[in-house]
Write a protein that binds this ligand. Structure first.
Ligand code: TNX
Length: 481
C-alpha cells in the first residue's frame, strides 16, 4: 500500500506517535494522526489477540496492527517500519500477514559504560536502535576497575574521584540520579527494562580510588602482566585510577563489615531508582579473591539484593557458592561448548530456584572482532562473523531444562570503543542476529541463515535513515533502498 502525505494513522497508543515520527525520519512524509476511523493505518491493543508482547500485522490495501499489550503493539510497529520501501513510484508498505510473539521473555543487550563512558544521549540512541529490534532489557555495566558511573549519595567520592577518565585515559563521566532516571524512563517508553550492574567483588579497582579501606591491594596475575606489556598499558597501582584494561587484579575486602555496609547502601540507592525487578551484582573474573571468600561474598551480596526487594543477577561464576540466594538469575558467559566448571556453576542457579540468561561469549559477545583485521574489538572468545553470531541455539549448551533458560543477552564491552559510532560498528548488524535467536521459534522455515541474511540486508536503508553506523559486513546482501 502507498504511503503518502494523505495516509492517516488511527490509534491512541504511544506507538502511534512513535510510528509517525519514524516514518517522517525515514521518508520526510508526515502522516496524519486521526481519532476516528477510517484510517489507512490502524493500531489497537487487544489482550486476546496474541501472547504477551505479541502482535498481528496485516498489510494489504490498509495496514492493521493489533498488539496483545502496548509492548506487542510497539513491536508490530517495528515490523511495519521494516516493511517500508521506496521505489520509482514513491513510498509504500510491503504486503504482509503476520502473527508473531517472542520465544523468550528475556531479550537483552548490555552496554559497558565503565570502560568507556557513554552519556545519556548516546544511551538513548542505543535504546532506540536496540528496542527497534525488539530487545526488551538493557543491562548497564555501571562499574569496573576503570570507573564508577552512577552517583550514590551515601558514598559520594565514587563519582567525585573515580569517574573522570575511561580506559586509556579517554574522557570519563557519570550519571547523576536524574540522568539515570531519564535513561530508565526513556527505556520504559520503548518497553525496555534497565538492569543496573555493580560489578563485585572483583573489577573493583575504581572503588578503591575513592574508598581505599574497602579494597585489597592489587593482585598481579600472569595474564594481566602479559596483556599490559603487549598493549603498552600500565599495571594497576593501589589508590590510583587504572587506565589499562587487564582483569582479575582487584577485590573488595570480604571479611570487613564495612564492605557489606557499602554493598547495602549502593544496592538500596540503585533499587530506589530502578523500577525493574533486577539488580546485577557482577561476580566475573575475581581472580584475586580466594574461592571460599568469593563464595561467602556471593551468598551475602545476593541476600542483600533480595532484602532490597529485587531479584539478584550474577555472572555464572557466582554459581560456585552453595547458598547463593534462592531465585538468583545466572548469566552464562562461557563458550557454546562449556569449559572447566562453568556449566556446573551455571546449573547451580537453577538448583537454587533461579534461571539463566545465555550470553555465550563465542557467539553473543558484540565486542569480538568480525574478522581478524577488524579495527575495533577483541578476539579472546572468538572472531565472530554475522553467520556465527546467528547460528547457535541457547537451550542445548547447558544441561538444564529448557524452561530454565529465560533468554539471551548480547554484551558490548567497551575497552576498544571510544564513541557511540564505534559501539554501533560492533553492535550492528550482529545484535540483529541475537534478536532473532531470542525472538523467533527454534524450528521455523525462515529461521535459517539464507533467509536471515536477506531480511537483515533489507534493514540497511532503515539504519541509514536512523543514523545507525552499522558495519556493512560482506556476508550480507545490503539493500540500497
Ligand atoms: C570478560 S565477560 C569480561 C569483561 C571484559 C570482557 C571483554 C565478563 C563477565 N567479563 O570484564 O570486558 O571479557 O570481552
Amino acid at each position: 500500500m502507498p504511503i503518502t502525505a494523505t495516509t492517516r494513522v488511527l490509534g491512541s497508543s504511544p506507538a502511534a506517535a512513535q510510528l509517525i515520527e519514524a516514518v517522517e525520519r525515514r521518508t520526510g512524509i508526515r502522516l496524519a494522526s486521526v481519532e476516528t476511523a477510517p484510517a489507512e493505518i490502524e493500531l489497537f491493543v487487544d489482550p486476546n489477540s496474541s501472547a504477551p508482547e505479541g502482535y498481528t500485522l496485516e498489510i494489504g490495501d490498509r495496514a492493521i496492527a493489533v498488539g496483545a499489550d502496548e509492548a506487542g503493539l510497539f513491536y508490530g510497529v517495528q515490523t511495519l517500519l521494516q516493511l517500508l520501501r521506496q521505489d520509482d513510484f514513491g513510498w509504500g508498505l510491503l504486503r504482509a500477514d503476520v502473527a508473531d510473539s517472542p520465544r523468550f521473555p528475556r531479550r537483552g543487550v548490555m552496554l559497558d559504560v565503565a570502560r568507556h563512558f557513554f552519556g545519556v544521549d548516546d544511551v538513548k540512541k542505543f535504546i532506540d536502535s536496540t528496542s527497534a529490534l525488539k530487545f526488551n532489557h538493557l543491562h548497564l555495566h555501571l562499574s569496573d576497575d576503570q570507573g564508577w558511573r552512577v552517583h550514590i549519595d551515601s558514598w559520594p567520592r565514587l563519582t567525585e574521584l573515580s569517574a573522570s577518565t575511561s580506559a586509556n585515559g579517554d574522557p570519563g563521566g557519570f550519571y547523576t540520579k536524574d540522568d539515570y532516571r531519564k535513561i530508565v524512563d526513556y527505556a520504559a517508553a520503548r518497553h525496555m527494562i534497565v538492569i543496573p550492574e555493580i560489578d563485585l567483588p572483583g573489577h573493583t579497582h575504581a572503588i578503591g580510588v575513592a574508598y581505599p579501606e574497602l579494597v585489597e591491594a592489587p593482585v598481579m596475575n600472569d595474564n594481566l602482566i602479559a596483556d599490559s606489556r603487549r598493549l603498552g598499558q600500565p599495571l594497576p597501582v593501589a589508590g590510583e585510577i587504572y587506565l589499562g584494561w587487564g582483569v582479575g587484579h582487584s577485590s573488595v575486602r570480604i571479611h570487613e563489615e564495612r564492605t557489606y555496609d557499602f554493598v547495602r547502601d549502593v544496592v538500596r540507592e540503585l533499587a530506589e531508582m530502578t523500577p525493574g525487578p533486577y539488580i546485577h551484582i557482577g561476580g566475573d573474573e575475581s581472580l584475586g579473591t580466594p574461592q571460599a571468600d568469593f563464595d561467602l561474598f556471593a551468598e551475602r551480596a545476593t541476600a542483600i539484593v533480595v532484602e532490597a526487594g529485587k531479584t539478584p543477577v550474577a555472572w555464572h561464576e557466582m554459581g560456585s557458592a552453595a547458598d547463593i540466594a534462592e531465585g538468583t538469575v545466572g548469566q552464562y558467559w562461557g563458550m557454546t561448548t562449556p569449559e572447566g566448571t562453568h556449566a556446573e556453576e551455571a546449573a547451580h542457579f537453577v538448583e537454587r530456584g533461579g534461571a539463566l540468561i545465555m550470553s555465550a561469549a563465542n557467539v553473543t559477545y558484540l565486542d569480538m572482532k568480525y574478522t581478524e583485521d577488524f579495527p575495533l574489538g577483541l578476539t579472546w572468545a572468538a572472531i565472530i562473523d554475522v553467520r556465527s553470531a546467528y547460528e547457535w541455539e541457547p537451550t542445548t549448551i547447558l544441561d538444564v531444562p529448557d524452561t530454565a533458560i529465560l533468554g539471551v543477552e548480547a554484551p558490548l564491552w567497551s575497552e576498544t570503543t571510544r564513541t557511540l559510532d564505534d559501539v554501533e560498528q560492533l553492535v550492528f548488524p550482529r545484535a540483529a542476529a541475537q534478536a532473532e535467536v531470542a525472538w523467533s521459534p527454534r524450528e521455523a522455515p525462515e529461521r535459517v541463515w539464507e533467509s536471515f541474511r536477506v531480511r537483515l540486508g533489507s534493514l540497511a536503508p532503515l539504519w541509514k535513515a536512523e543514523g545507525v553506523d552499522f558495519h556493512p559486513a560482506d556476508e550480507i546482501p545490503w539493500s540500497a533502498r
